[in-house]
Design a protein around this ligand. Sequence first.
Ligand code: 15L
Length: 271
Amino acid sequence: MQRLLVTGSSGGMGRLLRERLARPGRVLRLLDLAHPDDVVASPDLELRTGSVTDPAVVARALDGADAVLHLAGISVEGPWPDVLDVNVHGTWCVLDAASRTGARVLLASSNHAVGMLARADAGPQGVPADAPPRPDTYYGWSKTAGESLGRMYADRTGLDVVALRIGSCFAVPTNVRALSTWLSPDDAARLVEACLAAPSPGFRTVWGISRNTRRWFSLAEGEALGYHPLDDAERFAADVLARAEPDEVLDLVGGGFTEYVLGTTSRPPRP
Ligand code: 15L
């Protein structure tokens, strides 16, 4: 029996993945500050409540787990102390506890780790999955910090750590940028399964995107790990383009995040 811990299971991605990751031979253990009423514990579903910033909570949650999908965190730009505590300290709690149990760690990183990259600078295959950090926000920086902490634990302790640079994981793509950056929920589950099944991946960085016709990011590193996405945002293109906002940021990988006043999700007024 495999036990998979999912942190941040009540958040956006956690909710999309919960049912998709359930399967015979697997116990899902969900950790979040609270669980929705319709999520009920069963022999295959263990519910843990608490914060990823509490090392004791995380150590207990990892006890007996074979792997952890670490989704918990602030998922947009936020004030520096909060981002540091939840995203960086929380990720340390997970990596440090996993380094004592040997559980494989899948870290939810983000495209915003390289958000300031100009799309024009991407090679013919798209931005490589291990492109050096170019964070666009405190949030994006926190994701690069998590990746580099993961690398350190992998190097120092032999832990398997896969950092998933997730594009836009929503039920459907909602803007023009997402026609390039979309990660469908089904492909997200395929990505997690590939990361769990790969024999001894060591430290890797892979893009979490679907096989989008307009993709900006390389699929090569994910494919090397056994991730073969099936979905393509293009089937939503007509609808999305009909509703396109004229001022959407499309020249930089991070899109609208690249314009945020740091620490906030507001933009300065345009001249
Ligand atoms: C992310 O990293 C965020 O968590 C998510 O809210 C989206 O904004 C996504 O990136 C994106 O770039 O679309």
